[in-house]
Design a protein around this ligand. Structure first.
Ligand SMILES: [Zn+2]
Length: 389
């Protein structure tokens, strides 16, 4: 078994991370408490490999910040009776997952477990989108007033420039999102962290997931468009202006459909949810099917137009993933998005196309374990992860 201390890349590649050793150790200890609670200080020191005194200092820190609590007292055959540590279940995070036409707002505990969630349908008028999201966040905070909130995480379908904290590239959004962070901060008085959904999901795989964090991984977020988040050499690869990983806008077909970015035939125009819906309509499917969820349900019931549409999407998905494998050679590629709910049916097609003519064994390809909640959990990871990686 891999020792748990190696779950987080920052423990072993400190030089590649922007985190201080203290932040790295704090993350490590917190996550050990999250996954193994209730746990004693002595056991924390044993499984983390950290000095007992270091563990004690971090634990005092976490107790002072009210992230964790001292709970029950353990019993040992002899000697001191240890106090067990556990997450503070009165503390919560607001997770906001923004899509072009709708936004999901959720309250989660510090372990990323969803306590409550609401869907906010965004008004057609662009100027009303941010007020609608703020109203949704406030409503959920009021409904959970027994909780104390640590902060708000926002996952966006576009690129953010971390220095300026503004959205610089979001071809699928038609409303102004530049001011969303300060406006939500003002409206709630809470700390707000935001990043693009694919980066947030990559961080979440390292923070919450079963990835051990020691290897390079790419998260591919398949939604209205396609975004990817790259975790390499122990940190997120952001690129100049935060533009790394825009595989969704690499041209696959010069004569393909017009993309939101202005080019034709980008990968996302042939392999995204929108593409699947387009294949379905073009193939003679019912015009009443407007969402990916409905299309997947129909395919699962065996409707042939729906099956065909998702098969076509799956082949293009696999083809683009092959390009990522060749470009970056990560150990793992993780797919996030609605298609993962039908992975048992369409995953093999994606995988077959992914492996065509591959030079080596290639990365492991898998759907996110969180399925449809991956993007919400990723917003929680943005708040819980202290310091950028
Ligand atoms: Zn494009």
């Amino acid at each position: 078994m891999t020792p748990p201390a190696s779950r987080f890349a920052f423990t072993q590649r400190q030089s590649a991370s922007n985190k201080t050793p203290r932040q790295i150790n704090r993350n490590l200890v917190f996550n050990l408490i999250r996954t193994r609670q209730p746990i004693s200080r002595a056991d924390l020191a044993r499984v983390s490999g950290l000095q007992r005194s270091t563990v004690s200092l971090i634990v005092e820190d976490l107790i002072r910040d009210k992230w964790i609590l001292e709970g029950s007292i353990g019993r040992l055959p002899r000697g001191r009776r240890p106090t067990f540590l556990e997450l503070n279940h009165h503390r919560a995070v607001v997770a906001v997952d923004i899509h072009p036409s709708q936004t999901t707002v959720a309250v989660t505990d510090l372990g990323g477990r969803i306590v409550a969630q609401n869907l906010v349908l965004l008004p057609v008028e662009p100027a009303k989108a941010i007020p609608a999201i703020i109203a949704g966040v406030r409503k959920l905070i009021t409904a959970n007033e027994d909780k104390t909130f640590v902060g708000i995480g926002i996952s966006l379908p576009g690129r953010t420039d971390l220095g300026l904290q503004k959205l610089i590239f979001a071809p699928n959004l038609n409303w102004p999102v530049l001011s969303i962070k300060p406006r939500i901060e003002r409206a709630t008085g809470l700390r707000v962290e935001m990043d693009n959904a694919a980066n947030a999901c990559a961080l979440s795989e390292v923070w919450f997931g079963d990835s051990d964090g020691n290897h390079d991984l790419v998260v591919v977020n398949v939604s209205e468009g396609i975004g990817s988040g790259i975790f390499a050499n122990g940190r997120l690869l952001r690129g100049e202006n935060g533009m790394a990983g825009e595989f969704g806008h690499i041209q696959i077909d010069a004569n393909g459909p017009l993309c939101g970015c202005g080019n034709r035939g980008c990968w996302e125009t042939v392999a995204s949810n929108r593409a699947a819906l387009r294949y379905f309509q073009e193939g003679g499917g019912s015009a009443s099917v407007q969402t990916m969820e409905a299309l997947i349900k129909l395919a699962q019931a065996g409707e042939e137009h729906a099956v065909k549409a998702l098969e076509t999407m799956s082949v293009y998905l696999g083809r683009g993933l092959r390009m990522i494998a060749s470009a970056l050679a990560p150990r793992e590629i993780i797919v996030v998005g609605d298609i993962t709910s039908a992975w048992y049916r369409f995953g093999p097609l994606v995988e077959a196309e992914f492996k065509v003519n591959s030079l080596s064994k290639g990365p492991r390809l898998r759907p996110s374990l969180d399925g449809n909640t991956a993007r919400l959990r990723s917003a929680v990871a943005l708040v819980m992860n202290e310091g950028s990686i």
